[in-house]
Design a protein around this ligand. Sequence first.
Ligand code: ADP
Ligand code: ASP
Ligand code: MG
Length: 389
Amino acid sequence: MSATIVMKFGGTSVADAEHIQSAARRIVHKREEGYSVVAVLSARGKTTDELIAMAEEVSADPDPREMDMLLSTGERIACALCAMAIHDLGHRAISLTGSQAGIVTDESHTKALIVDVRADRIRAALEKDNIVLVAGFQGVSSAGRDVTTLGRGGSDTSAVAVAAALDAQVCEIYTDVLGVFTADPRIVPDARKLETVSFEEVLEMAASGAGVLQLRSVEYARNHGVRIHCRSSFDEQPGTVVEAEGDTMEQPLITAVTHSRSESRITLIGVPDAPGAAARIFEALAGANVNVDMIVQNEPASAGGLAEISFTVPREDLRVARAALEPLAGEAFAELHAHEEMGKVSIVGAGMRSHPGVAAKVFGVLAGEGVNIDMISTSPIKISCVIDR
Ligand code: ADP
Ligand code: ASP
Ligand code: MG
């Protein structure tokens, strides 16, 4: 069989009939170049946001299983429509749900992890000369056989997982910008497109808010050796290729500045200064599947004193985090304070590993702008500051 290419189209790239037809033309063009083509599509435009709003209209705390039934429909619509548009261009095409495509996940509704891709149905359809459209963002749970979704932005991960299972030559992520930039190009007009970026840098970028690639898709690609090419669906020029570590010959000190506006901070006051105190708190959060990002704890200043622990969670996890911690109040901590509206600004660069003084410079720049820093965390290639949203 000919070499396989996976093409993923994001929400803006399939937002309306014209965009779907244009994506269909791009897919067909690739097929006519001789490739076997699998296209993974997101839901059209703001469909996922609208579906979430619909759920919130009928329930204050929508059931996660039913939420996944609801959310998975958005990508199915896009795929069926695109298959129709491809038929009109004279090609064979078939759309598949995540489940039909063999994307098997764990049981964690709305944040499921892919555990297996049983791609035989995709392969069979490709062998019959079909272009295969796979609904992104969804799978089927291995034990419960329920529809699951993979978390916001999850179609990127669907695409990478399908590319890995098919040993595809490349996973092309078609989006509404030209590639991965040095900062969000919608906010920083003079940001530059990166021709290549290393896995380790783009992982840190994704983890710190650069929404252009879902974090898990980058992790999956690194673990399975998938080549990612992130590019525009509105422009022919090459985008950004994610390279294996060490391929980048010259590393600039700073590769990107990223930001996030969707952080919340929780501060626990009166935490016993004893072994196991932090473990209890974070075990409760892990048990509720809350992603904790930055954690800061100081040793109590006075003898016999109580400690304070602050940490950040994605704002969408705040409600669940509070509910998970409430039963521990009075024992594991005395008081819980939540700051819902936090932001985070980070710099990422493999080159800073070997350069002292970068942190001081970052703090100096923020001070010069009158920005107060709430929390700081660093890794060898990233400095993050939590600030007011
Ligand atoms: P899609 O619907 O195609 O998946 P997303 O909205 O998820 O698109 O991701 C693309 C958006 O990511 C861009 O419109 C851009 O505003 C944003 N973005 C944030 N940081 C970056 C960055 N460093 N480089 C490129 N885009 C970025
Ligand atoms: N439609 C889903 C979302 O909006 C998944 C995706 O677009 O990747 O998050
Ligand atoms: Mg996306």
